[in-house]
Design a protein around this ligand. Structure first.
Ligand code: M6R
Length: 618
């Protein structure tokens, strides 16, 4: 949550910082702000609203855009409502220090009271203004430089942060630090310029050399000098690890699509191929996954597998439970990371924990991983963002290779997570002998056909748009599925809720009669997954029950279906595949449907209200 960008170098800072903020807006978009140092003064512009609102303000005062040092922020509010005053950057009392911050300072109230007793006053309700004044106070008390003051101040802070701090009295440096929230530093040629950002996307066109700060590290960025990285706890020096980025600019742009979400839905055939390429070898009948191969005995001897995740990743985890139990016969539990971390769970060194996260930065998942590790479990990560905190914190893992996912509503991350989970399930099943060699090979062949089937399914876009038009004014919707497709029903409902703000619930189809059936009337659209091998007859009975109560049925069926076609109001066909692989297909029409409903309702598809792409706070 919250995006930070910064620049110090020989170019004009404003365009770099403002364009960077636009790329980071997926992280939060309640308010935005920027400070530019013009060589003498700090020019501050900030406002409630989006980066485009900030741009209108700065365009009206071009002098505020001139200078070679700048830091900017796009906010997802935690402390204090989104308004102009609470927007970042924040000044210290003297006006010399400026800060942008992503995270939460949990003991801010105690610190604030202490600072008030020392004569400080506060303009905003934010924890960030407390932090910048704490740094100023330490600097005054200790008579030290900015870097040291930041280090000492952060040792008094409880919470999470990624910060960038600038001192007007020492205008050739910027100090950044992180704990729990990400920060990347782009390094220009011969240290002639530096870029700072919450992820590398804002500076991709300028440099591919990047240093990702680790937790509890602080970096002093000075022009013409190598970055100095120190441990916040004991001030010890750390060798900065400069990595070369593989990502390119096209991957993070819309490429002709109206929204990132649509682009990402359409990227799924490629994303699935990229995820299994090199791992699945159908001709030789093997699956190679270094993270699993190297730890195979841990998986095979596990008393149980616990999957932890949040949101869409949790839904993928649920598909994983069905897959692993069905194929490899290892007991699996799926937990919300946010519950797991606080409920004193029983975990032992005989457990294998799989943590799933697109961003690799979700605070609850990260904390749950640390807890599982502290109890001796082996933790395996499934992440999309290379080098992310979760990727680094886990013992081993597998990347999803979906490419950058910018739309807040997760789409290709979901299908690629399921792809990885399918590969793991198949690999374990083969190793345990719970799946015959011929069945194993058959699955590999079928999985290889999935991207083609997704491609074919995407051609029904116009039809889905018509259905969306039909139901766009619904106020409540039900999503039903069974077995492997129950998690898809949950995911379908989440997609609709988060981008169109229509209330929707996902249910196991057979559970409907234990409560939700009371909701059904002629105004209730019910989206049902009725694939031909997934307890088909039972689901058909559920559909009949809805029909006899005047509910509207939109069914996702297997190509060639006859029975459901006669009963349902609308039918969407998916290509034939094995039931265990159907979630990779059944989810596509629901993604398209949510997308079109949101567009028809005029909602902001890529940046739905109150949400942020990566949730780095509790
Ligand atoms: O980055 P993560 O996969 O850890 O994120 C977890 C959830 O916050 C995320 O899936 C969220 O539910 C999405 N907005 C769903 O579309």
């Amino acid at each position: 949550m919250c995006g930070i960008t910064g620049y110090i170098g020989h170019r004009e800072a404003y365009p770099i910082v403002i364009n960077g903020l636009k790329r980071l807006e997926y992280r939060g978009y309640d308010s935005a702000g920027i400070m530019i140092y013009d060589g003498k003064n700090i020019q501050l512009s900030k406002t409630k609203g989006k980066v485009s609102d900030l741009e209108s303000i700065t365009n009206a005062s071009p002098t505020k855009k001139v200078g070679k040092i700048g830091i900017g922020h796009t906010r997802w509010a935690t402390h204090g409502v989104p308004n102009d005053v609470n927007s970042h950057p924040h000044f210290s009392q003297s006006g010399n220090l400026v800060i942008v911050h992503n995270g939460i300072i949990e003991n801010y109230d105690t610190l604030r009271k202490e600072l008030i007793s020392r004569g400080y006053t506060f303009k905003s309700d934010t924890d960030t203004e407390v932090l910048v004044n704490l740094i100023e106070e330490v600097k005054k008390q200790e008579g030290c430089k900015l870097g040291k003051a930041v280090q000492l101040a952060l040792n008094n802070v409880i919470g999470a942060y990624a910060i960038a701090v600038f001192d007007k009295t020492k205008p050739n440096e910027v100090v950044v630090a992180r704990l729990g929230s990400p920060i990347a530093i782009g390094v220009g040629k011969n240290e002639s310029e530096f870029f700072i950002a919450s992820d590398a996307s804002p500076f991709l066109e300028y440099t591919k050399d990047v240093v990702y700060l680790e937790d509890e590290e602080l970096a002093i960025i000075k022009l013409g000098r190598a970055i100095k990285v120190r441990k916040i706890k004991d001030d010890s020096l750390v060798d900065p690890n400069i990595q070369e980025l593989k990502m390119n600019l096209e991957e993070i742009e819309k490429g002709g699509y109206e929204h990132f979400m649509l682009k990402e839905i359409y990227e799924q055939p490629k994303a699935i191929i990229d995820t299994y390429r090199g791992r699945m070898l159908p001709d030789s009948g093997i699956i190679k996954m270094a993270g699993v191969d190297d730890n195979l005995n841990k998986f095979l001897n596990a008393e149980r597998i616990i999957i932890i995740a949040c949101g869409t990743s949790w839904h993928a985890g649920l598909v994983g439970e069905y897959l692993i139990e069905d194929m490899a016969r290892i007991p699996v539990e799926v937990e919300y990371a946010s519950e797991f971390r606080y409920r004193n769970p029983i975990i032992t060194n005989k457990d294998v924990v799989i943590a799933i996260s697109q961003s690799g930065e979700t605070a609850d998942t990260l904390a749950a991983i640390k807890l599982a590790k502290s109890k001796g479990a082996f933790v395996f990560g499934i992440c999309n963002v290379v080098g992310s905190s979760i990727a680094r914190e886990t013992h081993a893992g597998a990347y999803t290779h979906a490419g950058p996912e910018i739309g807040v509503a997760s789409t290709k991350a979901f299908t690629t997570q399921i792809t990885v989970l399918s590969l793991i399930s198949l690999k374990l099943a083969k190793s345990k002998g719970t799946l015959s060699d011929s069945a194993f090979r058959m699955y590999l062949q079928k999985l290889q056909l999935v991207p083609n089937s997704v491609e074919q399914l995407l051609k029904i876009d116009e039809k889905v748009k018509e259905i969306a038009n039909h139901y766009k004014n619904a106020t409540n919707c039900l999503y039903l599925g069974r077995g492997f497709n129950f998690p898809v029903a949950l995911e379908g409902a989440l997609k609709l809720k988060e981008i169109s703000y229509i209330h929707a619930e996902g249910y196991p189809a057979a559970e409907m009669k234990h409560g939700p059936i009371a909701l059904i009337d002629e105004n209730m659209p019910v989206f049902v997954i009725a694939t031909n091998k997934g307890h088909y007859e039972k689901v058909v009975s559920n559909i009949q029950e809805i029909k006899s109560r005047a509910g509207k049925i939109i069914a996702v069926v297997t190509e060639g279906d006859v029975t459901v076609k006669e009963i349902a109001d609308h039918v969407i066909e998916i290509p034939e595949t094995e039931e265990a692989l159907t979630p990779l297909l059944t989810t596509i029409p629901f993604q398209l449907l949510s997308y079109h409903i949101a567009v028809l309702l005029g909602k902001n598809v890529d940046q739905p209200r109150n949400l942020a792409k990566s949730v780095t706070v509790e």
